[in-house]
Design a protein. Structure first.
Length: 326
């Protein structure tokens, strides 16, 4: 900064004002300082500015990995919206979801310069007696149940599942089989509970639940166990629905004339499945935006508190559902 001031023939205070975009600098002087900055290759020291103002303009994100569609699209949305607010993100994936690994991720995040943390993991793995965030670090939890500990942003998992099952019942199907996500997953459990509740309220038989791991292969394996009298399947996500479609095809069961299939997520490829997949649309971009806004509200000391902010879902009807065979 002293070199810039000397070259531009101004004080270091004037250089500081220009570097920080402050007013009170004559335009000709500002241009003179900017020209000196360009000539010397000067850039403001972000670390020094962070120490001075107590802000790092960085958001930490802790998650179980980027393999799942929900995680990758949510992180993409968080990064995009953080950038529009002038923030970068620091990403720490947790390879195996154990308590020690989660604690290690929080420890690493506490050693980094972040203003807040967005947590995309199952919150039940956080033991309040062992996981302690450094003072002043704010938290938002995604797609989980944090009770009254942290603010939560989530897709309305239950309502999306209700829409899917009711759609199949309204088409005339006697009952609906469910290929669920892994046990212990918050989103999988919410969708499974809603599936069961809708069938109970309608007085319909409740088939044995089938489990997958969100992958197409697991959906395929689960669908091999579907009975021959099954006419409707609600898959916990679109990738498992793709596996269900493959299994039904190999078993000689036509979709949708013999069996209807509904997914969850509304992947970009869902409309290109054969047949095009009826599915529940999740607005991952809106989830990411609300996560960033909730965290920034805490950072800016705006009034806020624990609670769940639900992002609505809606059913997208395509060619994979139809009335059951006569």
């Amino acid at each position: 900064m002293a070199d810039v001031a000397k070259l531009a023939g101004v004080s270091s205070q004037t250089v500081s004002r220009v570097a920080n975009g402050q007013s009170g600098v004559v335009e000709s002087t500002r241009e003179q300082v900017l020209a000196a900055m360009r000539e010397l290759g000067y850039r403001p020291n972000s670390a020094a500015r962070s120490l001075r103002y107590g802000r790092f303009n960085t958001i930490g994100v802790i998650l179980f990995g980027l393999a799942s569609t929900g995680n990758s699209r949510t992180v993409e949305a968080i990064a995009t919206h953080a950038a529009t607010e002038g923030y970068a993100i620091t990403l720490i994936p947790v390879g195996v979801p154990t308590q020690d690994n989660v604690l290690g991720a929080f420890t690493r995040m506490g050693e980094l310069a972040v203003d807040g943390v967005i947590v995309i993991i199952e919150i039940h793995l956080l033991d309040a007696t062992t996981v302690a965030l450094p003072p002043g670090v704010h938290v938002v939890v995604v797609d989980s149940d944090a009770g009254d500990r942290y603010p939560v942003v989530d897709t309305d998992q239950a309502d999306g599942a209700r829409q899917a099952v009711r759609h199949l019942l309204e088409l005339g199907h006697h009952s609906v089989w469910h290929v669920a996500g892994p046990a212990g997953s918050y989103s999988a459990d919410r969708r499974a509970v809603a599936w069961r509740t809708v069938l109970e309220e309608a007085g319909r038989p409740i088939p044995a639940i089938l489990r997958g791991d969100w992958s197409a292969e697991s959906g395929y394996r689960a669908a091999l166990d579907l009975p021959d009298d099954c006419t409707a399947v609600f898959a916990g996500n679109d990738q498992m629905a793709l596996g269900v479609l493959r299994a039904l095809h190999e078993r000689g069961r036509a979709v949708p004339s013999e069996v209807s299939v509904v997914g969850f997520d509304d992947l970009a490829e869902a409309s290109s499945y054969l047949p095009p997949l009826t599915t529940v649309h999740q607005d991952f971009a809106e989830v990411g935006r609300r996560c960033v806004q909730s965290l920034l509200a805490q950072i800016r000391a705006e009034p806020a508190g624990p609670g769940t902010d639900l992002v609505p879902t809606h059913l997208v009807v395509r060619g994979s559902t139809a009335p059951p065979p006569a």
